[in-house]
Design a protein around this ligand. Structure first.
Ligand code: SAM
Ligand code: DTB
Ligand code: SF4
Length: 336
């Protein structure tokens, strides 16, 4: 890479050999330079004013066997959340139809599982094929997978599998002890081999250092190919979790993480993911300027609130944003 870490033409082509030093120089660049470069590269690969809308549904809530320090759904934490069984397929399809009517183009079904059990595979596949036949892109996040399960999900019509690395390899054990970073990477490899698009990102604001944020981005941007979808979550501090009182994050640091993700993975769709409920409209606008081009819509994420439709409608209209038309994965875009 050239001496100028923000050389637009050098940054326009995807690379897979990032070092922490290079990523750190981008993350720590003067804010205006960083945002200008991120927006310039963004426009080479994406429509300037289009934002993709996904909607989440928790198809199986709470009682999870993992101890993720941020999560309301872990059985290790007392968050007052009521656990529930896997939802009936018809209720899931009703929710998907409502999401489509509200403008979502992708429907993401999340289950509070450590790993997918064989006994649940067929019912989840029914959900996937049902949602797909409603004309929505499909995404699920079900914990760790086996090879044959990933293949079966693909054959049911799964477009994306969400499985986050969450933070750097170094900080991981401070947040989660019941599974390893390599467990995570193994499932991501199986998803890739099955031909499913990868949705993989992390969380900012868990008390991690700048180097940890940079480390996460290097892990993501050295996956080859890059994840098609990169969710950058702002921690939603949930009372009763170990991170319920985490030190609040400086909004500029969040924007820096988004801009750095945009520059390191120029063709990926970067999602301004959890945490919008606690953000000003201005902070969200900076995230879009930094290269975020996807959000979750609807009044609930999985278990925590998200801005309501009217607020998001006003945000889109005031910023002149338009909904992105599916399909949006780079692999699919290339075929258009
Ligand atoms: N159990 C599955 C798993 O962990 O992959 C799927 C569901 S899990 C809720 C999906 C992702 O949501 C997590 O990997 C994490 O990045 C994000 N997430 C969960 N709780 C969050 C919170 N309180 N704030 C921000 N992001 C959160
Ligand atoms: C992702 O990266 N963020 C979404 C989705 N993938 C599954 C989940 C956010 C969850 C926020 C906390 C909650 O609502 O429970
Ligand atoms: Fe379980 Fe996923 Fe929550 Fe971790 S993030 S406790 S795996 S639901």
């Amino acid at each position: 890479m050239s001496a100028n870490v923000l050389d637009i033409s050098a940054l326009s082509k995807p690379r897979f050999d990032w070092t922490a030093d290079e990523a750190g120089s981008i993350y720590r660049a003067p804010f205006n330079d960083l945002l200008f470069t991120a927006q310039s590269v963004h426009r080479q690969h994406h429509q300037a004013n289009a934002v993709q809308k996904s909607q989440l549904l928790s198809i199986k809530t709470g009682g999870c066997a993992e101890d993720c320090g941020y999560c309301s759904q872990s059985a290790f934490h007392q968050t007052g959340l009521k656990a529930s069984k896997l939802m009936p397929v018809d209720d899931v399809l009703d929710a998907a139809r409502k999401a489509k009517a509200g403008g979502a183009t992708r429907f993401c079904m999340g289950a509070a599982w450590r790993s997918l059990k064989d006994r649940d595979v067929e019912v989840v596949c029914e959900m996937i094929s049902g949602v797909k036949s409603e004309g929505l892109e499909t995404c699920v996040t079900l914990g760790m997978l086996e090879e044959n399960q990933a293949k079966r999900l693909k054959s049911a019509g799964l477009d994306y599998y969400n499985h986050n690395l969450d933070t750097s390899r170094e900080y991981y054990d401070s947040v989660i002890t019941t599974r390893t970073y390599d467990d995570r990477l193994e499932t991501l490899g199986l998803v890739r081999e099955a031909g499913i698009n990868i949705c993989c990102g992390g969380i900012i604001g868990m008390g991690e250092s700048e180097d940890d944020r940079i480390g996460l981005l290097v892990e993501l941007a050295t996956l080859s190919p890059h994840p098609e979808s990169v969710p950058i979550n702002h921690l939603v501090a949930v009372e009763g979790t170990p991170l319920g009182h985490a030190k609040p994050l400086d909004g500029f640091d969040f924007v820096r993480a988004i801009a750095t993700a945009r520059l390191m993975m120029p063709q990926s769709v970067v999602r301004l993911s959890a945490g919008r409920e606690g953000m000003s409209r201005e902070l969200q606008a900076l995230c879009f300027l930094a290269g975020a081009n996807s959000i979750f819509v609807g009044e609930e994420l999985l278990t925590t609130p998200n801005p309501d439709m009217e607020l998001d409608g006003a945000l889109f209209s005031d910023l002149g944003l338009e909904p992105m038309v599916a399909p949006s994965a780079p692999s699919e875009r290339a075929a258009e």
